[in-house]
Design a protein around this ligand. Structure first.
Ligand code: SF4
Length: 567
């Protein structure tokens, strides 16, 4: 009963296909990898007619499993030149599931680049391409406001802002959030907003389904029993989790003093001002006019998100996360929450990845384009990206291109994508993931940071490998927060899977499926031209010791390049 909807952006045809039976049991990142492997030439131009952008719900979207309403977006990335999957919460995946849609594939490219369309799914499940030329050049918040006026307040929206329309390599897709209905959730990484922009599609707008949805459970009774047990385990672990009690910003309490948070364009210099960003300050800031513990999607029991309002009580931003704070804050010598929240809002509105943006601003400060810590100048750079000035258009192409433009020898990227909020010298296993994953520098591909983060090289490499598999499982099922608890109960998760998909899998089979997922991605990238010797960490991490520990990044290049031997 699951459907795949296929849109040809050139001919404007829409076809609805019964779910390919060989794909049953695939969802989220795993399904994205399979589609891209089967349908897209890895050597294609990511913004050309042979590329496709694919949206897939997770395996358990709509079923009430905790944090399972996750939407994966995938394409060949204009930023990394490889396969990319970026997943996001918000209310779109649940809306897809209500209409029994597992995936939407948008292909080809219109001849007339002046046209602009949007995909509309109405309450009866009818799907149409609507003229969206009125909304050309409109950013995400205004676009969503217009959609709500047209189609009702509860409408779910996936959209691109000016960054995606201008084909910036740093461009996100924004998704409306559960509860607030603001477009503050981002499929941020890899520049996928520009792929949708190249198809001249402004967004996907979905009304709540009128009909009650029936899901094809193989054994509904067992599924519901296991779901209840798994959900309860997440409720229990959340009671003491800082991610639930504070939010992901709580990470700063540990990585700040440890010098793992990026500061001053990844020098790692620790400032006393880091105290301005610790949990107690975050709680005061967020709860002054808004609140923490907000669920970004229906069925979230952890609530790591938040609502940030301005002093007039108007919504400023939501999903105000550690990564945004780290890259747009200390990495740019900015230590006040008010400015960082404003940068977050700009990025969500224009449709920019906050990690890439913070790293780009840091490189600009390092190059003397604007002074270190200058909050007004940092906000101005964001504005320029939104307005499309010459400088803004350069910055929108991402950290690596900007760094090369300014002849920087300290460009914090792997495979063209900015390194997120964990200095690879402070978590060498995470650094190994940055260098070796098919996703470019991406903590969500397998961060190893935690109480047991190994400092021994062999153990770090092994942990990275394990985490890359765990995260591949998570990316097909739930958000990372939920998987932190569910990952310890994979036998039960496998039984849940069996009760849904009529299979007889065990935890080992889930791991094997993740392995296949990773191999498909790797194969795609090899065909796209990636080579083992491209698995590098920027040289300055090998030359400059991290001030807090004195350690340089010291995993030998032979291990980074020879990942097959390690695995
Ligand atoms: S735990 Fe956080 S990321 Fe996961 S669904 Fe809830 S609010 Fe969203």
């Amino acid at each position: 009963m699951w459907k795949t909807v296929r849109i040809n952006s050139k001919s404007k045809t829409i076809t609805t296909e019964d779910y390919n039976k060989t794909y049953v049991g695939l969802g989220g990142r795993g399904l994205i990898a399979q589609f891209l492997h089967d349908e897209v030439d890895p050597t294609c131009d990511p913004l050309g007619e042979d590329s496709k952008i694919i949206f897939c719900t997770s395996l358990f979207a709509g079923t009430g499993l905790v944090c399972a309403n996750r939407l994966s977006v995938g394409a060949k990335s204009p930023l990394t030149g490889g396969i990319k999957e970026s997943n996001v919460g918000g209310n779109a995946a649940a809306a897809f599931a209500e209409h029994n849609i597992r995936s939407i594939i948008i292909e080809n490219k219109p001849e007339n680049s002046n046209s602009l369309y949007m995909l509309f799914i109405n309450a009866d499940g009818n799907i149409s391409l609507e003229d969206a030329s009125t909304y050309e050049g409109m950013n995400n918040y205004e676009f969503v406001e217009n959609m709500q006026k047209l189609y009702g307040e509860k409408v779910s929206v996936i959209s691109i802002g000016n960054a995606g329309e201008r084909l910036y390599k740093n461009s996100s897709l924004q998704v409306t959030e559960f509860g607030t209905n603001y477009p503050c959730r981002a499929a941020g990484r890899g520049g996928l907003g520009s792929v949708l922009g190249s198809k001249r599609i402004k967004g996907i707008v979905i009304q709540k389904a009128k009909a009650k949805t029936e899901y094809p459970y193989a054994d509904k009774e067992t599924f519901m029993r296991l779901r209840k047990e798994l959900n309860q385990s997440v409720i229990e672990s959340s009671k003491t989790s800082p991610f639930s009690l504070v939010g992901t910003a709580s990470t700063i309490d540990f990585v700040g003093p440890a010098g793992i948070i990026p500061t001053h364009n990844f020098t790692g210099e620790i400032s006393d001002k880091i105290d301005n960003l610790k949990s107690d300050k975050f709680m005061s800031f967020v709860n002054k006019n808004g609140k923490n513990q907000h669920p970004c999607q229906a069925g979230c029991l952890i609530k790591c998100s938040n609502i940030v309002n301005d002093d007039q009580g108007n919504f400023l931003t939501g999903g105000f996360e550690y990564e945004t704070i780290a890259l747009c804050g200390p990495n740019c010598d900015i230590y006040d929450y008010e400015t960082i929240a404003k940068i977050d809002r700009y990025c969500d509105d224009i449709g920019l990845d906050t990690i890439e943006t913070g790293a780009t601003i840091g490189v600009c400060m390092d190059a003397g384009v604007i002074p270190w810590g200058d909050t007004h100048a940092a906000l101005d750079l964001c504005k320029q990206m939104g307005e499309g000035t010459d400088l803004g258009n350069l910055l929108g192409q991402g950290t690596e291109i900007v760094g090369k433009h300014y002849n920087s020898n300290r460009i914090p990227t792997c495979k063209g994508q900015a390194i997120p909020g964990y200095d690879p010298r402070g978590s060498i296993g995470t650094g190994f993931t940055y260098a070796t994953t098919s996703m470019g520098a991406d903590h969500t591909a397998g961060i190893t940071l935690g109480p047991d983060d190994p400092t021994d090289i062999e153990a770090a490499v092994a942990t990275s490998d394990t985490m890359q598999h765990i995260f591949a499982i998570a990316d097909s099922m739930t958000c990372m927060m939920a998987m932190a608890t569910l990952g310890g109960q994979l036998d039960k998760v496998a039984l849940l899977y069996n009760a849904m998909y009529d299979t007889e899998l065990n935890a080992g089979d889930l791991f094997a499926a993740a392995d296949k997922n990773l191999l498909l991605e790797k194969e795609f990238n090899e065909k796209a031209g990636w080579k083992p010797e491209d698995n590098v960490i920027p040289e300055f991490f090998r030359n400059e010791p991290l001030p807090s520990t004195g350690r340089k990044f010291d995993i030998p290049q032979s291990l980074l390049s020879g990942i097959d031997k390690v695995q």
